[in-house]
Design a protein around this ligand. Sequence first.
Ligand code: NAD
Ligand code: 0WE
Length: 258
Amino acid sequence: MLDLTGKHALVTGIANNRSIAWGIAQQLHQAGAELGITYLPDEKGRFEKKVRELVEPLNPTVFEPCNVQDDAQIQSTFETIREKWGKLDILIHCLAFAGKDELSGDFSNTSREGFTRALDISSYSLVSLAAAAKPLMTQGGSIVTLTYLGGVRVVPNYNVMGIAKAALEMNVRYLAAELGSQNVRVNAISAGPIRTLASSAVGGILDMIRHVEEVAPLRRTVTQTEVGNAATFLCSDLSSGVTGQVLYVDAGYNIMGM
Ligand code: NAD
Ligand code: 0WE
């Protein structure tokens, strides 16, 4: 059954109430999981306060700063989990970043620094978090990350993020092959465009959403809750035979040729 009672779930990537990670955290909570939340710390602690207030109703028992570019913060997050929970069952990787300059104009103008940063935050971070989670997933587990169609097909302006998502989807397969022997499953959800902090900063996102509403089989976009429900499925025993996969939660958009 879809019951996550007794499961410990770490959710990364909540920035505000529009974050996909927020939709996932709410659905995992509803299924009975005990939550841990990480946030990207900033100097003034504004992010921390905002995220802390938002997640309070979900009663997280772990709440830690975790900038995935900092190995010490990753280590300290999982040290806290080891102390408080002793084990981990679910890891949600729901973060990405590329410099704004990198997300418009000619892809060939991508700088070495921009490429490296986008791939570090958006792709390598899954490897480093999975490595830290591995020794704690002693009773099996489920790792879920978020990807986008721009990692398999060219989407105008997605640019270096497309390369990061392609690498992320391949990370999923290599991690699934390695961790399968300890009954840890690794999957990705490829979500259709949703208005969030990250996507709203992108020029033309509203036109993209309108296009999806015209073309997708379901004639609409998807919600954070729908992505959260798919993630909950991938974290539950209902998906016990599923690993190394990319599950499209995009109202069917990806099947269309015109
Ligand atoms: P969001 O802005 O709400 O979430 C992005 C998160 O990444 C933020 O919480 C931010 O703090 C975090 N982050 C950035 N750099 C970080 C770092 N160095 N360390 C730790 N955290 C960091 O936007 P979102 O749309 O909910 O994005 C979540 C995921 O969903 C991303 O992987 C994105 O690529 C993916 N996705 C989004 C859409 C969409 O249309 N919104 C579609 C498909 C996939
Ligand atoms: O993965 C994403 C968002 C990724 C993202 C967005 C930003 C904007 C603000 C990563 N880094 C940044 N950096 C910023 O400074 N999506 C799938 C949403 C998205 O982003 C696009 C899209 C879609 C869809 C960018 C260009 C074209 C389409």
